[in-house]
Structure formats: structure tokens, C-alpha cells
Design a binder for this molecule. Structure first.
Ligand SMILES: [Zn+2]
Length: 140
């Protein structure tokens, strides 16, 4: 990794625009889908919303949000009670946010960080979510 790249990555730590989010945004954009970011007036401030599809997308880090069955969802060895409580709170909050959004008519999708590694699979996943056909038909 180059020093520039490293410092770019470090500069992103703690910012709300994570790399997996940027991957999803770029892909949606390339698919010609319109979205908005971090709408404060919606429960949980979804990472992305697609007003046309009344769909909110969260791009979740596997570790913090406990992706079920994912290899990145490891348990830290030290202070297990602390981590269990923290993870539990995160998962509970996520579930609350999903039901609040659904209650006001939004569809909610979660894209996991590990799903953003494989762009081909991710694009297929997004096409499935938005019921788009393969190929040129839906290109702008
Ligand atoms: Zn994962």
C-alpha cells in the first residue's frame, strides 16, 4: 500500500463515508440508479435511499453489525462481556431501525461489507433488489 493510499484510508476512519459505502454508490451510479445519502429525517439515517423504489439501503460493517455466519464476525478475546453488550446493542438498534422504516412504508435492504468485495456478485444482488434485467435494457 502506498503512503498516499494509507493516509487516504486513515483519513476515512471515523468518517461516515466508508469504503464499502463508496463501492455501493459507484455501482448504483453505474447502473443508472438515483439515490440520496444519509437522509436525516428517516429513522436510522439510511446510508442510501432510492426514492423511486421507496427503498433504504444500509451498508453494514460485518464486525460491528454482526453479519450472521460471516468469517469477519469474530469475537474479541479480551473483555467478552463488554463486546457482547456492545454487539447486542448494535443488533437491537439495527432491528428497531428496520421496523421503524418498514412501518412508514420503506423497503429495507442490508448490504454487508464482505459483499462489496465481489463487484459482479454485488451488481447481481442490486439487480435482484431492484428487479432489473441483465444487460443493456435498463442502462440509461
Ligand atoms: Zn460479512
Amino acid at each position: 500500500m502506498s503512503p498516499e493510499r494509507r493516509s487516504w484510508l486513515m483519513s476515512r476512519v471515523g468518517s461516515k463515508d466508508t469504503l464499502p459505502e463508496l463501492v455501493v454508490r459507484r455501482l448504483l451510479h453505474s447502473m443508472g440508479l438515483r439515490f440520496r445519502l444519509h437522509r436525516k429525517d428517516l429513522p436510522g439515517r439510511p446510508d442510501l435511499i432510492l426514492p423511486k423504489y421507496q427503498t433504504a439501503i444500509f451498508v453494514h460493517g460485518c464486525f460491528w453489525h454482526r453479519h450472521p455466519g460471516c468469517s469477519k464476525t469474530s469475537n474479541p478475546k479480551s473483555r467478552p462481556e463488554f463486546w457482547q453488550a456492545k454487539f447486542y446493542a448494535n443488533v437491537q438498534r439495527d432491528a428497531r431501525v428496520v421496523s421503524s422504516l418498514e412501518a412508514i412504508g420503506w423497503k429495507v435492504e442490508v448490504i454487508w461489507e464482505c459483499e462489496t468485495r465481489d463487484k459482479v456478485k454485488l451488481e447481481k444482488r442490486l439487480r435482484d433488489i431492484f428487479c432489473l434485467d441483465e444487460g443493456w435494457g435498463n442502462r440509461p
